[in-house]
Ligand binder design. Structure first.
Ligand SMILES: Cc1cc2nc3c(=O)[nH]c(=O)nc-3n(C[C@H](O)[C@H](O)[C@H](O)COP(=O)(O)OP(=O)(O)OC[C@H]3O[C@@H](n4cnc5c(N)ncnc54)[C@H](O)[C@@H]3O)c2cc1C
Length: 536
C-alpha cells in the first residue's frame, strides 16, 4: 500500500514550524502536513502571560539536561526545550527582541550567510508583526504575531530605569528600533493580554484550510532518504508498534529546533560519519557540521530583598492569587497579565564592543524560574547574560535509539573571555540594584550576597547558580556549500541532499544579541519565500 502523501511535510510545530505551516498552505493547491511531537496548547497556563513561571518547571517540555559542564565545576544544568504545539513561543517569557543590526550583517559578512544581512531580514521581522504601538521603518502592523507593551507595569520598573540612568545607561523606548542600548520596557509577544504564540497567531486563524493537516503527538524518528533525496518521514507509533511512513512529494522541512533538528538528522544517518558509526547509526550522508557550533546565552542573576510587597511574590498567598484572578478576568490587568520579565535592556561589559554585549532581565519576584530559590519576603531578580559567547558546544546522540534524550553540551565558558564578560555583567546587575533610585524598593542584595566580591567568589557562585537563557542556536548553521562547518546553504537546503530543508533556530550561524524567538520567526518567514521560489 502506498504511504499517504503531501507536498510538504514540516517536522516540528514550534515557533518556526507554525509559521511555515501557515505560509506554505496559503496556496489551496498545495498539501501540507505539520507533525508535532508534543500535544495541544489547551491548558490555560499556555495562554495567560504569567503562566510562563510554571513553564520552566516542566509543563510542555522534553525534560532534557546538559551533560556535565566542564567549566562550571561539572554541573549538570536543566535545559528546557518545548514539546507542545507552538514550541518555545508557547512556553517562553514572551520577550520580543531581535538583536543588533550588526548581528545579521555578521551572519552575511563573516559567516557566508548571503542574503541574511540586516537590510534583507528586516522586511521579514516586519511581515510577521502586528505591533500594537509602532508602525515605522522598523515595525510592521497587521501581521499575524501580536507584539505589545506590558499592560500593568509596577512602580519598581520605573525606579529600575532611573537606577540605570544614575549609572549612565539611558532609557530606551524601543530595543528593536534605531538603537539597542539602554533600559526600558520590553515589547512582548502578547495580544489583548494573552500570549501570542505562533500556534495562536499563525495556526488558529487558518483552521478551516483543508489542505493543511496537523498531527499532534507525532514524533518523527527518521527522515526517509532515497538516492540522495528526502522522500518522507517515519513517525513513531504508540507503544512498540511499527513506525508509520509518510511521504513528501516536494520537500521535508525540519523545524524541530536547535536541539531537535540536529538530533533528527543524526538519527537519520546525516551528520559526522565518525560519531554516527560510534553510536551504531548507518551513515547515509557524511555532513560534519551537524550538531556542531552550539551556542547559548548563560544567565547569571542577583536577587535582592524588597522593602515591602513591591513585586509579584505576594501572589503566592491564596487570597492575593484569588484577587489577581478576578482582576484578570474582569479587567485583563494585574499580575496574571504580566510575563514577570517585562523590563530590562542592553548595555556593555566590554566598552569597546560594537553593540551591547550584556542583556538584563528584571524579574518581578524571586524564584520565578525552575532551580531558583524563592525568598521568604518579597524579592526582585536581575538577570544578566553575556550576549556574544565564543564558546561552542555540540548536540550528539547518546545511542542509536531515536527515543533517547540527546547529549547536549553547550560547553559554557570554554572560552575564558566569556566567563570574564559574564561576570562583568553580573557586577553590572548588582551595581544597578545598589543605585539610590531603587532604595525605596530594595532592602539589600541577598544573592550572591554582599560578602562575595572577588572574581573567584563570583565564579563559584556562578558555577552553582548559572542557568540557560534558553537560546540555543547554530547546530545546523547556514554557510557556503564548500565550508565543512555549514549544514545548509543560504536558501536553507541541506548541503549535498535534495528535498530537505531546515528552517529554525538551528540554522543561525551566530546567536543574535537578544532573545531568539523573534529571530526564529523571521527565519521561518524568509524560509517560506525560499521554498515557494520568491527568493533564490
Ligand atoms: C523556557 C523558555 C523561555 C524562553 N524565553 C524567551 C523569550 O522570552 N523571548 C524569546 O525571544 N525567546 C525565548 N526563548 C527562546 C525561543 O522561544 C526559541 O528560540 C524558539 O522558540 C525556537 O524556535 P524553534 O522553532 O527553533 O524551536 P521550538 O520552538 O523549540 O520548536 C521545535 C518543535 O519541534 C518539536 N519536535 C522536536 N523534535 C521533533 C520530532 N522528532 N518530531 C516531531 N516534533 C519534534 C518540538 O516538540 C517543538 O515543539 C525561550 C525558550 C524557552 C524554552
Amino acid at each position: 500500500m502506498r504511504a499517504p502523501t503531501w507536498d510538504y511535510i514540516i517536522v516540528g510545530g514550534g515557533s518556526a514550524g507554525c509559521v511555515l505551516a501557515n505560509r506554505l498552505s496559503v496556496d489551496p493547491g498545495i498539501k501540507v502536513l505539520l507533525l508535532e511531537a508534543g500535544g495541544a496548547d489547551r491548558h490555560p497556563l499556555y495562554h495567560l502571560p504569567a503562566g510562563f513561571a510554571k513553564m520552566t518547571k516542566g509543563i510542555g517540555s522534553w525534560g532534557w539536561s546538559t551533560v556535565p559542564q566542564r567549566q562550571l565545576n561539572g554541573r549538570v544544568l536543566r535545559f528546557t526545550q518545548a514539546k507542545v504545539i507552538g514550541g518555545g513561543s508557547t512556553i517562553n517569557a514572551q520577550i520580543y527582541t531581535r538583536g543588533a543590526a550588526a548581528d545579521y550583517d555578521e551572519w552575511e559578512g563573516d559567516c557566508g550567510a548571503e542574503g541574511w544581512s540586516y537590510r534583507q531580514v528586516l522586511p521579514y521581522f516586519k511581515r510577521a508583526e502586528n505591533n500594537q504601538r509602532y508602525a515605522n521603518a522598523y515595525h510592521g502592523y497587521g501581521g499575524p504575531l501580536g507584539v505589545s507593551n506590558p499592560i500593568s507595569p509596577l512602580p519598581i520598573c520605573e525606579a529600575f530605569f532611573q537606577a540605570g540612568q544614575q549609572l549612565g545607561i539611558p532609557f530606551n523606548p524601543d530595543f528593536n528600533g534605531e538603537r539597542q542600548e539602554g533600559l526600558g520596557y520590553y515589547q512582548l509577544t502578547q495580544f489583548d493580554a494573552r500570549r501570542s504564540s505562533t500556534s495562536v497567531a499563525y495556526l488558529r486563524p487558518i483552521r478551516s484550510r483543508r489542505n493543511l493537516e496537523i498531527h499532534l503527538h507525532a514524533q518523527v524518528l527518521r527522515i526517509v532518504m532515497e538516492n540522495g533525496r528526502a522522500t518522507g518521514v517515519e513517525v513513531a507509533a504508540e507503544g512498540s508498534g511499527t513506525p508509520r511512513m509518510l511521504r513528501a512529494e516536494r520537500e521535508v522541512i525540519l523545524t524541530a529546533g536547535a536541539i531537535g533538528s540536529p538530533k533528527l538528522l543524526l538519527q537519520s544517518g546525516i551528520g559526522p560519519a565518525e560519531h554516527l558509526r560510534a553510536v551504531g547509526v548507518p551513515v547515509v550522508h557524511d555532513l560534519p557540521g551537524v550538531g556542531e557550533n552550539l551556542q547559548d546565552h548563560l544567565d547569571l542573576f542577583a536577587i535582592a530583598e524588597c522593602t515591602g510587597d513591591h513585586t509579584y511574590d505576594k501572589y503566592n498567598r491564596a487570597h492575593h492569587a484569588a484577587w489577581a484572578g478576578v482582576q484578570y478576568l474582569l479587567f485583563k490587568r494585574g499580575p496574571v497579565a504580566s510575563s514577570l520579565f517585562e523590563t530590562g535592556g542592553f548595555w556593555y561589559a566590554d566598552p569597546s564592543a560594537r553593540s551591547p554585549d550584556i542583556q538584563l532581565h528584571l524579574g518581578l519576584g524571586s524564584g520565578i524560574e525552575a532551580g531558583v530559590a524563592k525568598m521568604k519576603n518579597a524579592g526582585v531578580t536581575l538577570n544578566s547574560a553575556y550576549l556574544r559567547p565564543r564558546s561552542r558546544g555540540t548536540v550528539r546522540l547518546a545511542s542509536a535509539d531515536p527515543r533517547a534524550a540527546p547529549l547536549i553540551d553547550p560547553n559554557y565558558w570554554a572560552e575564558p573571555r566569556d566567563r570574564e564578560l559574564a561576570i562583568g555583567g553580573l557586577r553590572m546587575a548588582r551595581e544597578i540594584l545598589r543605585q539610590p533610585a531603587l532604595q525605596r524598593f530594595v532592602l539589600g542584595e541577598r544573592l550572591p550576597g554582599a560578602a562575595l566580591r572577588s572574581d573567584a567568589e563570583l565564579f563559584d557562585y556562578a558555577c552553582a547558580n548559572a542557568k540557560t537563557d534558553h537560546h540555543p542556536v547554530g547546530t545546523c548553521r547556514i554557510g557556503p556549500a564548500h565550508d565543512p562547518a555549514s549544514v545548509v546553504t543560504p536558501d536553507l537546503g541541506v548541503i549535498g541532499l535534495a528535498g530537505l530543508r531546515i528552517a529554525d533556530a538551528s540554522v543561525m550561524p551566530m546567536v543574535p544579541s537578544s532573545n531568539t524567538n523573534a529571530p526564529t520567526i523571521m527565519v521561518a518567514e524568509k524560509a517560506a519565500d525560499h521554498i515557494v521560489g520568491k527568493l533564490g
